[in-house]
Design a protein around this ligand. Sequence first.
Ligand SMILES: *Cc1c(COP(=O)(O)O)cnc(C)c1O
Length: 386
Amino acid sequence: MPYYSHLECNHCGSKFDKNIVQNYCHTCVQPLVAKYTLDRKIPKDIIIKDRYDMWRYEALLPVENPENIISLGEGWTQMLHLKKTSDKFGIASVILKEEGLNPTGSFKARGIGMAVSKAKEMGIKSFCIPTAGNAGSALAAYTAAMDGKSYIYMPEATPRVFQLDCEVMGATVIKVKGSIRDAGLAMAKENEGNQWWDITTLKEPFRLEGKKTMGYEIAEQLDWNLPDVIIYPTGGGTGLIGIWKAFKEMQEMGWVDNIPTRMVAVQTKGCNPVVRAFNESRDYCELYEDPEETIANGLRVPKAFGDRLIMSTLTESKGYALDVTEKEMLDGIHEFGQREGIFLSPEGSAVYSAFIKLIKMDYIKKTDSVVLINTGSPYKYVENMY
Ligand SMILES: *Cc1c(COP(=O)(O)O)cnc(C)c1O
């Protein structure tokens, strides 16, 4: 609240007013990123200790008047210590951040909750979004809570529950042939007059600020000892970019000294633009033509608008990118479930499968502490799993 200062193009560095209603830098066609005036005098006391949701970090978020906050209880999710998994693989510490516990069953609640709250502050009430499912559910929920309207474009292959979820909460759902990219193109055509605020991943700066709260939580919940490795299932990339942004902000405030964390992006074999870019040392992704169907709907993103930020996060953190197969994800769900008593989402299982591969490759070492992010609830994907 007191520290939010302006928006900045991640590419050319142009500065914009902090409340400008603009989707991206028109010169670079690149995301705008929220910037804060931070220094080492800012104490950890600014955290609202008795607030058990993402708004405990309100002072480091872009909503300036707390009356505009629309909260359904998002964030401050469990960090589960996976003792059996760390023993099995001989890794010092393995922790699962359980994001499936968020309202509407995924961490999308953080980003969308932030975007809708900030939109309220800017006087916006109509929204549109292309979605693989969870972002739509979250948008429907938060726009219902704010008395707004939402138009949600989803691929035909999205599990049925997501459409029901959106319609129950009063949103208009439009089904589109193809992937989330095709949904986005169909939406852009309908929204030519910009009658709706387009909150496509990173085409609006505030979802990133919501996802960033995962980074603050991971640090606070680990008593400010950052993990060595974080594995994240990457579609549009907001969580990966957001966690890293939080760590760098904390470093600016002196809340942590150095950042040991290597950020790892996981994708599916049938749609892996980030992995390809990483392997070819490119700082941007190429469009992945004809992405294959997958049980992990949230990862079927052929080209992320924030691709450059994804790649710079991997480079700066000395991270890694790898992909997993459909069989690895399905097997992982069962194997992990039987050992830990936790039912992973397909995206969470992608993370777990990547964890196993990274140990075999010796990228994860015995002494490492590792955080796995289970980004959503498995229950919405039941029809994918038979
Ligand atoms: C959207 C989504 C992802 C991908 O998140 P990004 O921040 O877009 O990379 C992963 N898992 C689940 C369950 C999702 O809904």
